[in-house]
Write a protein that binds this ligand. Structure first.
Ligand code: PEP
Ligand code: MN
Length: 339
């Protein structure tokens, strides 16, 4: 159920609606908008009678919503969600094509700061780098943990770039929040519901990657877990799915971008690095992501890919990355974004 009020309802009217919802044992979500303020209800086990709310002062009408993902869906919020990052100079879900770049994994302070400087010089807006690595094999490099987060903090201090990094377990959320500007939920954790709930209680933007074989509905339901706990700053990231096609690591499902944009108000980014797994495919697929209307891209960059502890074959060199940024900038005026 969505309760529609004036754009700026009277304080006591809004409070009246919220307390009526809470008195029924449900959760109220206030969604301000330019034309109307809406109040969404979650936690109700079945349909509600719109009449209970339509008699309240300041309420225009109440609309039953049947989508399984209510908070993530367009019915609840027609305007696109914009998410300011760090000091707010970068906004995901704006007319800026946001470029996040950096190594797959934080390996050392020297390596991270070196690459951070290179991606910053090329025009990246956000530094990526994994401190907690979700690896298929337990014998592969698992990341530096909190020491890696401190290195990311140093790279941010050095370059001014806000930082995105993965949080792997619910117990790590507080620690990662102390260092990161954006919490990344990896593909393998898309349905780690305990983690999603914990992140939903955090006060940091989140990038939720699509699961290895997740449908778009399952992905949006995972976003719903985070939103339902009160964290509205959720962006999605298409990073390739499993198919029978075996010439690339994954199949980058660029269909997901317009499909998600129709179903949801949440920003959507594309990861052509994990989506293809091959350096020479990353640049064309990054261009395709921009062309299809993604809000941004996240790309792996390494200056010594042969020595990389993780995902060397898909890492762009700093030169390739700088050239990609130039290409994306040149496409901006045609596609209507700035960088
Ligand atoms: C990553 O971005 O570092 C990563 C591990 O990606 P994914 O979760 O998409 O595999
Ligand atoms: Mn990687």
């Amino acid at each position: 159920m969505l309760i529609v009020m004036d754009a700026q309802p009277r304080d006591e009217d809004l409070k009246g609606v919220v307390s009526r919802i809470e008195s029924l044992g449900f959760k109220a979500h206030v969604l301000p908008g330019s034309l109307n303020t809406a109040v969404g209800i979650t936690g109700n086990p079945g349909p509600l009678d719109p009449g209970i709310f339509e008699i309240l002062p300041g309420v225009h009408h109440a609309i039953p919503v049947s989508e399984p993902y209510k908070l993530a869906g367009r019915k609840w919020r027609t305007a696109d969600t914009s998410i300011p990052i760090g000091d707010g100079k970068v906004v995901v879900g704006s007319n800026t094509l946001v470029v996040m770049a950096g190594p797959c994994a934080v390996e050392s302070e020297e390596q991270t700061v070196r690459i951070a400087r290179a991606v910053k010089a090329a025009g990246a807006h956000v530094l990526r780098g994994g401190a907690f690595k979700h690896r298929t094999s337990p014998y592969a490099f698992q990341g530096l943990g909190e020491a890696g987060l401190k290195i990311l903090g140093a790279a941010r201090a050095e370059t001014g770039l806000p930082v995105i990094t993965e949080v792997m377990g619910p117990g790590d959320v507080d620690t990662v929040c102390r260092y990161a500007d954006i919490l990344q939920v990896g593909a393998r954790n898309m349905q780690n519901f305990g983690l999603l709930r914990e992140i939903g209680r955090a006060k940091k933007p989140v990038m939720l990657k699509r699961g290895l074989s997740a449908t778009i509905d399952e992905w949006l339901m995972s976003a719903e877990y985070i939103l339902a706990e009160g964290n509205a700053a959720v962006m999605l990231c298409e990073r390739g799915i499993r198919t029978f096609s075996n010439h690339t690591r994954n199949t980058l499902d660029l269909n997901a971008v317009p499909v998600v944009q129709k179903l949801s108000h949440l920003p959507i980014l594309v990861d052509p690095s994990h989506g293809t797994g091959l350096r020479d495919k990353v640049v064309p697929l990054a261009r395709a992501a921009a062309a299809v209307g993604a809000d941004g891209i996240i790309v792996e960059v390494h200056d010594r890919p042969n020595e990389a502890l993780c995902d060397g074959p898909q890492a762009l060199s700093p030169e390739m990355f700088a050239d990609l940024v130039k290409q994306l900038k040149a496409m901006g005026p045609i596609l209507g974004y700035v960088m």
